[in-house]
Design a protein around this ligand. Structure first.
Ligand code: UDP
Length: 317
């Protein structure tokens, strides 16, 4: 297959590039590198089936030759990133999705949208099934990401219904693993970087807010199965093992054995969702998928990677 991946130099996108090249497919990775980095795909650069294009998909793109799949993963995705790039986030969810869908229509390619659990906002239904419409503040700080992704979903369904484009939508819940940026601001890489540097772990609020964290390899397997399915309605992918953020911080301290770090509490950001857990019944039933890697294994692998590749080692502060 010939596959175009927008956001291919980002955390999830780079793992998809790697998986698809390993399967024998040709991959075009498109990224403007505002939050992604070429380092994430440097090991693929010399591969004959891999091509990197530095381009902002919010601008139109001409691609030569046939394409079988377009995976639209371009977007800032961590809260500090989309607060720093609010307009780029709205543009890539709207104009970027429009351009990517336009390429899919022109090439007769399948299209997969990376959507998010943020479409559920601060949810009033728990756990969140795909049929829940969400509880989003459109004008709050997270609105730029949440509404961009909600619009992207609406646009994707419109291209499917109006133009017959063969589309998929994955709603990705919190995920983690190697190649997350140490400074991307999300809880797991932040806590690990702090523990490895011997700095205090900054838990926002009292840490009782929950998230459900999925290890990257499980997520990639789910996305791969969704690509091969004929499911056009959104599908949640995430690990239903829900955990309070304070517990995540404590586990990071436990697994970073030599750290002398402590936990410090900081103010809770505005509109921070109180709880989040995917209902993955649909993925289990229709994709025969379920996560296999638990927090202990996933956190240990992530800590090992960050220590090795980010040049951090366990510290006594
Ligand atoms: N969080 C925290 N300390 C940090 C970074 C994040 O306590 O240094 C909290 C954050 O307030 C949220 C949770 O961890 O309640 C998950 O945050 P993250 O940015 O990883 O993802 P999201 O809020 O988008 O789920």
């Amino acid at each position: 297959m010939n596959v175009l991946i927008t956001g291919g130099a980002g955390f999830i996108g780079s793992h998809l590039c790697e998986r698809l090249v390993a399967e024998g497919h040709h991959v075009i990775c498109v990224d403007n590198l505002i939050t992604g980095t070429r380092v994430n795909v440097s090991h693929l650069q010399s591969h004959g089936r891999f091509q990197f294009l530095e381009h902002n998909i919010s601008q139109p793109l001409d691609v030569e030759g046939p394409l079988d799949h377009i995976l639209h993963f371009a977007s800032p995705a961590s809260p500090p990133d989309y607060l720093k790039y609010p307009i780029q986030t709205l543009k890539v969810g709207s104009l970027g999705t429009l351009n990517a869908l336009g390429i899919a229509k022109a090439k007769g390619a399948k299209f997969l949208l990376a959507s998010t659990s943020e479409v559920y906002g601060d949810p009033q239904v728990h756990p969140q099934p795909e049929g829940y419409w969400g509880h989003v503040n459109p004008v709050g700080p997270r609105g730029v990401y949440d509404e961009a992704k909600r619009f992207a979903e609406a646009l994707t369904m419109a291209y499917h219904r109006e133009h017959g484009v063969d589309t998929r939508i994955v709603r990705i819940f919190n995920s983690y693993g190697p190649r997350m940026r140490l400074d991307d601001g999300r809880a797991i890489p932040t806590f690990i970087a702090q523990a490895l540097r011997g700095e205090p772990l900054t838990v926002y609020g009292d840490g009782s807010q929950t998230r459900s964290f999925c290890y990257i390899d499980d997520l990639i397997e789910g996305i791969r199965r969704l690509m091969d399915s004929d499911l056009h309605e959104p599908v949640n992918l995430g690990n239903p093992d829900e955990c309070a953020i304070l517990e995540i911080a404590k586990r990071v301290l436990t697994y970073c054995k030599e750290t002398a770090s402590r936990i410090e509490f900081r103010p809770l950001p505005q509109d921070d969702p109180k709880q989040r857990q995917p209902d993955v019944t649909k993925a289990k039933t229709l994709l025969k998928w379920q996560p296999a890697i638990d927090l202990e294994e996933g956190l240990s692998k992530t800590i090992a990677w960050l220590s090795r590749y980010a040049g951090l080692s366990p510290s006594r502060g």
